[in-house]
Write a protein that binds this ligand. Structure first.
Ligand code: G6P
Length: 563
């Protein structure tokens, strides 16, 4: 290991992630609208400010023509983003296939999709080939934009092949790789046919980072057991070349949330929500609509709570925001129907004319909102306040719907192009409309602020920043966080939260009762613990520590040749 030169005041950083922080939607031959992307990676990296950063990634859209590619490149340049253009076939095989149908479930201990197990096994080789090809395409773009001294920070399971491609281009590049998901036990990782290739490629980085010490340990074990390499307290050694491996727990830009609470538009939302839910305790879940988030399990636990605590039935409401994601992957489509079905059943069971226990929140653009408002008016003679379509972001649909939705829609009509078709059941009719993927930031802050109990019940989760965001917005209310012990955040917020096993719905139901009846002093104590953590361990601190560690320990020793 060599000590690098002193760090310039504003380090140039190339952030490389599968998804750019904005997703593009084509409006014309050379006209684009850009909307913030969803997910923990994006929200954390937006909090990183002290670098001269460029972001390289996929804009979430197929742009086959040169005119489109040029105009999108220009539009993204204003946001310091550089696109990697992936065609539909690559996206299908690399993103939907290898990344989200194989690596994602495996890294979250969910195994391969049950029904598709054999089909997945058969298509494995072609998907892995596409994965490598896509990673090479990212490397090509990095290579074009790289300047000597840049730190190249590769993110997540989509880009495990990237460190190797980059070092093959230029061995003196400073390369870090960070995983935003769990790294599973080596016994799980070893079931992957491409297990060794992936490990070796990641080891080409100078620094490999994880959210928790456990994930780092699993990675080192996989390298020792599968590759037969030596694990040291600092990392993994291969023929004299050391790759540092360590835990760097991520954080959020807590100030952004705290400041937002003071804004008039957020205060208006808060007032509106308080009026709407007066006399009821508010419970909140905010999740991408993903199997790992344990949404059906959470809703079933809430049902059990209502079953066993009948006096609470008209005194509590669960707001479940589900942000649509990866809607082309069949497992995600199945999950959507499953959640809708369970919510409908429980609302049918416990709902009354004036109150329903679960509000399922979806994100919808203003354009789609208008379309839906028109349909509502034609079918049921119900007029939605048109002001809602332009001004406010949260609209409540109440009786006579059998399963009412609270709908958050963005201020603008931009949407990411990744849409999900779903139905709203009104008496015997179904309205089909499209949900968009992003949730308005101010509406989200207001929802966090009025919440009494947040429910984060991931079956596995790399970190889970929703729990951090909730804590940041709770300094006046001091609400309770119920948190899965399988989320990385359990290691940092565990002392302030009520920790639960999300698979055990009886335990989660009990924790709901405990949270709703917790004494103020106890809530205060727990909240202070978490608030201190969230406001001191920020995204900025996380990024600075990671990047300075890459700079301190970058390798000039060439990669070992294993061919
Ligand atoms: C998780 C992953 C991110 C990903 C995000 C959204 O947070 O760790 O890498 O970007 O989910 O998923 P999507 O597939 O929509 O990019």
């Amino acid at each position: 290991c060599e000590k690098p030169d002193a760090r310039p005041l504003r380090q140039r950083l190339l952030v490389v992630a599968n998804r750019l922080p904005v997703s593009a939607v084509r409006r014309g031959e050379d006209s684009w609208s850009l909307e913030m992307s969803a997910g923990g990676l994006v929200s954390a990296l937006l909090g990183v400010k002290e670098f001269e950063a460029r972001w390289i990634g996929w804009a979430g859209v197929n742009v086959p023509d040169e005119v489109g590619q040029k105009s999108l490149t220009k539009a993204l340049a204003e946001k310091r983003c550089i696109p990697v253009f992936l065609d539909e076939e690559i996206v299908h095989q690399y993103y939907n296939g290898y990344c989200n149908n194989i690596l994602w479930p495996l890294f979250h201990y969910l195994g391969l999709p049950q029904e598709d197990r054999l089909a997945t096994t058969r298509s494995f080789q072609s998907q892995f080939a596409a994965y490598k090809k896509a990673n090479q395409m990212f490397a090509d773009v990095v290579h074009q934009h790289y300047e000597e001294g840049d730190v190249v920070w590769c993110h997540d399971y989509h880009l495990m092949f990237l460190p190797k491609c980059l070092k093959e281009y230029n061995n003196s590049m400073k390369v870090g790789w960070f995983l935003h998901t769990p790294f599973p036990s080596s016994e799980i990782h070893r079931t992957l046919p491409s297990r060794s290739d992936l490990l070796r490629s990641v080891l080409a980085a100078d620094l490999v980072g994880f959210h928790t010490y456990d994930y780092a340990r699993h990675f080192v074990s996989a390298c020792t057991r599968i590759l037969g390499l030596e694990g040291t307290p600092e990392g993994v050694e291969d023929q004299g070349r050391l790759t540092r491996v360590a835990a760097f727990p991520i954080g959020i830009d807590s100030d952004r949330f705290i400041r937002a609470l003071e804004l008039p538009q957020v205060q208006d939302h808060i007032k509106e929500l308080k009026e709407r839910f007066a006399g009821r305790k508010v419970m909140l879940g905010v999740d991408r609509l993903d199997m790992i988030k344990g949404i059906p399990q959470k809703i079933l636990a809430f049902e059990k709570f209502l079953e066993e605590n009948s006096h609470w039935r008209d005194k509590v409401v669960l707001l479940q925001i589900a942000v649509p994601t990866r809607t082309d992957v069949p497992e995600y489509q199945k999950l959507t129907s499953q959640v809708h079905e369970i919510v409908g059943r429980i609302n049918g069971r416990f709902g009354t004319l004036t109150a329903v226990p679960i509000h399922h929140l979806m994100c919808i653009s203003a354009g789609n909102f208008k379309r839906m408002a028109g349909l509502l008016s034609d079918l049921c003679g119900i007029a939605l306040d048109p002001g809602h379509a332009h001004g406010s972001n949260v609209v409540m649909l109440s009786a006579p719907f059998s399963s009412p939705f609270l709908i958050a829609h963005s201020q603008t009509s931009m949407y990411s192009g990744k849409e999900l078709q779903f139905g709203l059941h009104i008496e015997k009719q179904t309205l089909a409309y499209k949900a968009d993927r992003s949730l308005d930031f101010y509406a989200l802050c207001a929802l966090y602020a009025v919440t009494d109990v947040a429910l984060v019940t991931s079956l596995r989760d790399g970190m889970n920043l929703v729990s951090y965001e909730f804590v940041a917005c709770q300094d006046s209310k001091k609400g309770v966080l119920i948190l899965s012990e399988f989320a990385g955040a359990a290691q940092s917020l565990g002392a302030g939260a009520i920790l639960v096993n999300p698979w055990n719905i009886t335990e989660v139901a009990d924790s709901i009762r405990q949270a709703l009846t917790m004494l103020p002093e106890e809530r205060e104590k727990r909240h202070q613990h978490n608030f201190l953590h969230v406001t001191t361990h920020t995204a900025q601190e996380w990024a600075e520590t990671f990047v300075s560690t890459v700079e301190t320990f970058y390798n000039t020793i060439p990669l070992c040749n294993h061919n």
